[in-house]
Design a protein around this ligand. Structure first.
Ligand code: NAG
Ligand code: NAG
Ligand code: NAG
Ligand code: NAG
Length: 498
């Protein structure tokens, strides 16, 4: 009886929430109906307003000291992009400690099934070379004695979550000096993202946007996929995060069949903390990833016609074709890496135990696409880093649907409400027209530094504020990132550090 009453009051609450937001939407109807999105302008980059990406130091930045304080070893965990931000943090930590960085260890857990390590994904030589003005990097710990072939042993520490630079300068440094080397594990989100020193933030950008370059085979395949897509005109990439792990994490179960729900529930139990999760409640606070159908409805409302080509960056779509069908009917030109690249081309980069390389190819295609749209953005994931990277790579258009604002509109449509259904497109367009679409905007908490490195990693030639002004002798600048490299690959990650 109690449970029933509870459920009743929850559904009452949900209904109330829907109505409140519906009323507030309707009241703006005059605005909503007339809101217009110029789709053609979205295919080109946003205006830079004189800003350009720049990660070069703007104040005295000495080279790493000849004598280091010891070796820093870290073990990054998580998916491709969580590890990517961990690598940026590791370089910064080594700089703060005047330490020699050992090439970061990457996660080899079973979910990603990846055993390739740093050298299997990234270009090691380029990484070490392009950071040589910042941090000394070695491939492994040195041998303590030549005869026994015994490697130095690093003292293991679990670093605090979002630790401040002062933790690295004191506690970690003391242990490093005592033992010669420290091993920080696990290492993701272990150094605070917001640090007041803008030079530290620029070092992170040098790592993320210049030093971390995928291996040539990944770059080449990505470039081929992009050229084939471009040969037929512009295209939009969509990070369709409608995969089992995401849905289980988000707890958005009610749209699935009972047997599918069981799979998600089981995965959730095994991998995530217990939590009471109700689909519509989750949806109303923006915690459910968009369904493929919702993606189509948003694009339609924005005015993209059915000839628009969509590149889907995604793993296995949970629930399969049943969920893809509505999107395919709205947008028949759906591509992904297996439809654009030949099987033998993919095989080369996706061999057994190289599970992160598929996501790496998708990352590059999304980076280079004309428009990018994520369907979910959790902390330090694929979508978040791409939003930041696309901003850096010339203010490229990104469409970020506000799921919280859209949920009540979708729910009203599903319940078939007359006025709401009739105004559906106008209402969706009203929400979508509020986006920044890749324009520069000041980062506001809780937006992550990796999602929006503005203003630290951007500068202006003419500015009254000396903090904004471009440095005189730019070691790295935006123009270089657009050059065509000798390998035929667009120099997304420029290497003009001299
Ligand atoms: C690192 O070296 C610089 C000089 O290059 C020095 O000013 C700084 O105090 C050193 N920091 C640590 C933690 O040793
Ligand atoms: C695209 O939409 C138009 C009508 O707007 C329709 O005539 C055409 O058949 C559609 N094309 C595809 C491939 O669905
Ligand atoms: C790409 O799309 C095809 C069908 O459109 C599908 O069978 C395949 O699994 C997809 N591949 C990936 C990697 O998502
Ligand atoms: C950076 O850009 C400026 C012009 O904007 C150019 O003069 C300079 O040579 C560039 N520097 C490098 C290292 O490419």
């Amino acid at each position: 009886m109690k449970g029933f009453a509870g459920r009743l009051s929850i559904s009452g609450l949900v209904l109330l929430l829907c109505m409140v937001s519906l009323v507030s939407q309707l009241r703006q109807d005059g605005v909503i109906v007339h809101s217009h999105i110029d789709v053609n302008s979205l295919w080109t980059s946003s205006s830079s307003s004189g800003w350009r990406p720049s990660s070069a130091p703007r104040s005295f930045w000495p080279p790493p000291p000849k004598k280091s304080n010891g070796y820093l070893v870290v073990r990054c965990n998580g998916g491709l992009n969580q590890q990517r931000s961990a690598i940026c943090n590791a370089v910064l930590a080594a700089r703060i400690m005047n330490a020699t960085l050992v090439l970061p260890e990457l996660d080899t857990n079973s979910f990603w099934n990846d055993k390739s390590g740093f050298a299997g994904i990234y270009d090691v030589e380029h990484f070490i070379k392009s950071l040589r003005h910042d941090v000394k990097i070695v491939e492994s710990l040195p041998y303590v004695s030549d005869k026994k072939k015994k490697k130095m042993k690093a003292f293991q520490i679990a670093p605090p979550r979002d630790g401040p630079p002062s933790w690295y300068e004191t506690e970690a440094l003391a242990k490093m000096k005592q033992h010669g080397a420290i091993y920080l594990t696990p290492f993701s989100h272990r150094l605070a993202e917001e640090v007041p020193n803008a030079e530290y933030q620029r070092l992170r950008c040098r790592v993320n946007f210049h030093a971390l370059r995928f291996k040539p085979d990944v770059m080449q395949l990505s470039n081929q996929i992009v050229s084939r897509l471009r040969a037929e005109g512009h295209f939009m990439s969509i990070h369709l995060r409608f995969e089992m792990d995401m849905l289980a994490f988000a707890g958005c179960l009610a749209i699935f069949k009972p047997e599918e729900q069981e799979i998600l529930r089981k995965y959730r139990e095994q991998n995530f903390a217990k939590k009471r999760l109700v689909y519509n409640e989750r949806r109303l606070i923006g915690k459910c990833p968009l369904t493929p159908e919702e993606v189509g409805l948003i694009l339609q409302a924005m005015g993209f016609d059915n000839s628009t080509r969509l590149y889907l960056a995604a793993g296995d779509i949970f629930g399969g074709e049943r969920f893809m069908q509505p999107l395919r009917e709205m947008y028949p030109h759906l591509e992904n890496r297996t439809t654009v690249a030949a099987p033998e081309e993919l095989e080369a980069v996706q061999a057994e135990g190289r599970g992160l390389l598929g996501p790496a190819v998708d990352y590059m295609v999304c980076l280079l696409s004309d428009i990018f749209m994520p369907t979910y953005d959790g902390p330090s994931n694929f979508a978040n880093n791409l939003l930041g990277h696309r901003l850096y790579y010339g203010f490229r258009t990104s469409i970020q649907p506000n799921r919280k604002a859209l949920a009540p509109i979708f729910m009203a449509r599903e319940s078939g409400g007359g006025a709401a259904a009739a105004n559906f497109e106008a209402m969706v367009r009203g929400v979508m027209s509020g986006g920044t679409f890749g324009r520069s905007h000041r980062r506001v908490n809780p937006e992550s530094f990796y999602t929006n490195p503005w203003p630290e990693c951007f500068c202006r030639k003419e500015s009254d504020d000396p903090r904004e002004r471009c440095p005189a002798n730019t070691r790295m600048n935006a123009t270089a990132s657009e050059e065509e490299g000798s390998d035929g690959i667009k120099r997304v990650l420029s290497d003009d550090v001299e």
